[in-house]
Write a protein that binds this ligand. Structure first.
Ligand SMILES: Cc1cc2nc3c(=O)[nH]c(=O)nc-3n(C[C@H](O)[C@H](O)[C@H](O)COP(=O)(O)OP(=O)(O)OC[C@H]3O[C@@H](n4cnc5c(N)ncnc54)[C@H](O)[C@@H]3O)c2cc1C
Length: 477
């Protein structure tokens, strides 16, 4: 994709580079709007100048990827197809163990990310799944189903290291984050808050998980380099922002046995009463100092455990050893994506972008209009879930054997009405789960629609969300 945007260091200096014929008119329009109106009229995050990681800016990387681009630019690329070179580039401290477990790695932002582990193949022998077509069977394994099941029934370790982490600190940090995001962050240290970055028109720039670790120190779970850029552009002098992703790591310990696994490893009380949902604390797991956050993207009890990169392997080994008696497994992104869709957790950049407001996207719960001013607040005045003309909608495919991948068109009453944003087989619910943008009139549970997949019209039905554990009984206990 092209490289467009305004330099942060040299304001007024604009780039519109790496533009192919197919992008030309769209880039021209987006840049013209961006320069004159302050924002491009469509979501261009995949073209943004600041989307690259440091590791993607070396001359060697640019040369290698640039050459490859000429080969692939008009190919049909599978949605999960990773870059082939240069790999491996970025690896988490757990990488050596992941390889021992037969991790099948795909790549994102330069990181090697396990999608499943061949070591779990014996667990997949008892899993019954309908056969897949050749396209959707690429970069997929039935082992993901076994990993999803083990997460729902026992406990699994997920490598969350590649998720962007920022440290935001200084005397002005709270006021700054309050002004930048939608939710109420003025809470006691130890609180974690799900909140949104909006642009001036109320479009969703990102969703963040903000942990207040002390009065003037916040750890922000972000979506990527664009969040860092947006915060740096707005930060006052008394706020310091650092990307701590490369020097730290994170394991998600999730599943009904997560507490049995973690509690014996720490002197702190990890009971529900002492360590509530959406709370953070600094503690130790064995020899390893960690920041523990009680969050879960997979809809099961558990913690994200953060530490520095040097101690990551020790943390993994400590959890792995203690987990043996509970049947712990390592689980990959493929199971993760299935579990998060069953739970209805949105993925920014896929399910929602700057083209959508929080109410349409189903994340209006993260907006506190009465907390004081924040970027995008004025644009949201008068809007609500009720006024939304379109909605991010949960669908399930009627045929348990049918599969879609994401980005397919959705037809309501036989006419194109929207598109799929994310999709995965829901191994717990036994059919494919797809999120899609639909007009509000069609986004009513029970409505029959079709998704077009390779020319076939696949029947699907609008369903109430989330599909799994809507009362949060599995997480809040
Ligand atoms: C050698 C080469 C090979 C390429 N090969 C490919 C390829 O194989 N595949 C591919 O997809 N892309 C290719 N491209 C890129 C592609 O040509 C461009 O992406 C595309 O032409 C850009 O279209 P555009 O309309 O934005 O700009 P342009 O096509 O550059 O049009 C801009 C127009 O504005 C005019 N203009 C400039 N200033 C003024 C002014 N002040 N007043 C009035 N008019 C002005 C210019 O004369 C020009 O006609 C190639 C480019 C080059 C240079």
């Amino acid at each position: 994709m092209p490289v467009i945007g305004e330099s942060r260091e040299v304001r007024g200096f604009w780039l519109a580079e790496a533009v192919w014929v197919t992008h030309s008119a769209g880039v021209a329009r987006a840049v013209a709007e961006w320069m004159t109106d302050g924002r491009p009229g469509m979501d261009v995050h995949e073209c943004d100048l600041y989307r690259f990681e440091d590791a993607q800016r070396s001359p060697a990387y640019v040369t290698e990827r640039g050459q490859r681009n000429f080969v692939e630019v008009y190919d049909v690329i599978h949605p999960l197809q990773p870059m082939e070179q240069p790999r491996p580039l970025r690896v988490s401290p757990f990488h050596v163990r992941q390889r021992e477990l037969g991790g099948y790695f795909l790549e994102a932002a330069g990181w090697e990310r396990p999608h499943w582990y061949e070591a779990n193949a014996p667990l997949a022998e008892s899993v019954e799944l309908p056969p897949r077509d050749a396209w959707s069977a690429r970069y997929w394994s039935p082992i993901a189903a076994a990993e999803a099941r083990a997460t729902r029934e026992r406990v699994a370790l997920y490598d969350m290291t590649p998720l962007k982490r920022l440290a935001v600190s200084g005397p002005g940090a709270l006021d700054f984050l309050q002004r930048m995001t939608t939710n109420q962050l003025a809470k006691k240290p130890g609180a974690v808050t799900y909140t949104l970055l909006l642009d001036e028109t109320g479009g969703i720039r990102s969703d963040l998980t903000v942990a207040r670790l002390s009065e003037h120190h916040f750890q922000v779970g972000a979506n990527g380099g664009l969040d860092l850029d947006w915060l740096l552009r707005h930060a006052p002098d008394d706020v310091h922002i650092a990307d701590i992703t490369p020097g730290t790591c994170c394991v998600g310990v999730w599943g009904p046995l997560a507490r049995e696994l973690v509690q014996p490893l720490t002197h702190d009380d990890f009971s529900h009463e002492a360590f509530g949902y959406f709370k953070a604390r600094q503690t130790h797991i064995g020899h390893v100092p960690v920041t523990a956050m009680r969050l879960s993207y997979v809809g099961e009890l558990g913690w994200e455990l953060y530490t520095t990169a040097d101690l990551g392997l020790r943390l993994w080994d400590t959890l792995w050893e203690a987990g043996q008696r509970h049947g712990v497994i390592a689980a990959g992104r493929s199971a993760f994506n299935s579990l998060r869709l069953e739970k209805g957790y949105r993925a920014w950049g896929h399910d929602m972008t700057t083209e959508h407001d929080p109410y349409e996207a189903g994340v209006g719960f993260a907006v506190r209009m009465n907390k004081g001013d924040f970027i995008g607040r004025a644009a949201l005045e008068g809007r609500s879930e009720e006024t939304a003309a379109r909605r991010l909608t949960c669908l399930t495919l009627d045929d348990p054997a049918a599969v879609v991948m994401g980005k397919e068109p959705v037809y309501a009453d036989g006419v194109p009405a929207g598109y799929v944003t994310s999709a995965s087989y829901g191994y717990t619910v036994g059919r494919t789960v797809a999120y899609a943008w639909l007009p509000a009139a069609a986004a009513v549970p029970g409505t029959a629609v079709h998704i077009e997949y390779f020319g076939e019209k696949v029947p699907a039905t609008v369903v109430a969300e989330p599909l799994f554990d809507p009362r949060m009984a599995r997480i809040r206990r």
